[in-house]
Design a binder for this molecule. Structure first.
Ligand code: NDP
Length: 234
């Protein structure tokens, strides 16, 4: 069945791959972007996830052009890595404001239409680091772990209304960021991953399109790792 899908941060990286996968699966797809455009076949709307008013305006535009949002993927995220001893409160709160509170703002706005429609798929993009931790990533890991609490609480609140809420926890993904790592460091990381390689962004995207599908109607409150075994299922 064709759905209206909104992906935050769909102009680049994993979000762009997610948007492409939904287009290929035949859905109506909108992406939010602060800059640039989503992939071909998508509607691009401007939104900053730290600003509730801009999220509201983006949803209103998508609803007018594509219909009520039935599937939302909270993907936009940032890192401000540094060791605990050096981490400023600003570094901590900026990451939490974007990754955790930003996801809250997006799913809260999305839930209004979903409750009305008695259907919804909420998918939160976390990270293997959310449950394993990461040196230099106290802020990022806290923000990504918090998404699990959001998904599980939504599952309890809205599970009887045909709405599911799940977390996808990617491991290392082939992106500009990982490409830029020195070969030796890439090899060190790969040695820890049972699959022995990084993932392609589309391998994350296809798990997300599956979670949005009718086949996944009874999956909710789950954390689905896409990490080649790095987190051993958490
Ligand atoms: P990128 O840095 O390539 O892209 C991040 C996206 O988030 C961009 O579209 C960016 O928009 C958007 N974004 C950032 N801040 C905001 C904001 N305040 N409002 C709206 N949009 C914003 O990241 P990735 O594609 O690598 O990561 C995507 C998600 O996957 C993130 O949540 C990340 O934590 C997670 N992840 C990534 C992994 C990896 O290996 N890359 C591994 C595990 C999880 P703009 O272009 O305007 O800045």
């Amino acid at each position: 069945m064709s759905r209206t899908v909104l992906v935050t941060g769909g102009n680049r990286g994993i979000g762009r791959a997610i948007a492409t996968a939904f287009v290929e699966a035949g859905h109506r797809v909108a992406v939010t972007a602060r800059s640039g455009e989503g992939p071909e076949g998508t509607l691009t709307v401007r939104a900053d996830v730290t600003d509730a008013a801009s999220i509201d305006a983006a949803f209103t535009q998508v609803e007018a052009e594509l219909g009520p949002v039935e599937v939302v993927v909270a993907n936009a995220g940032i890192t401000r890595d540094t060791l605990l001893m050096r981490m400023s409160e600003q570094d901590f709160s900026d990451v939490v404001d974007t990754n955790l509170t930003g996801s809250f703002r997006v799913v809260q706005r999305a839930s209004k239409g979903m409750v009305r429609a008695r259907f919804g798929r909420i998918i939160l993009v976390s990270s293997v680091v959310g449950l394993l931790g990461g040196a230099g990533q106290v802020n990022y890991a806290a923000s990504k772990a918090g998404l699990v609490g959001i998904a599980r609480s939504i599952t309890r609140e809205l599970g009887s209304r045909g709405i599911t809420a799940n977390v996808v926890a990617p491991g290392f993904i082939e992106t500009d960021m990982t490409d830029a790592l020195p070969a030796e460091q890439q090899a060190q990381y790969k040695a820890q991953i049972p699959a022995g390689r990084f993932a392609r962004a589309d391998e994350v995207a296809r798990v997300i399109t599956w979670l949005a599908s009718d086949d996944a109607a009874y999956v909710s409150g789950a954390v689905i790792p896409v990490d080649g075994g790095l987190g051993m299922g958490h």
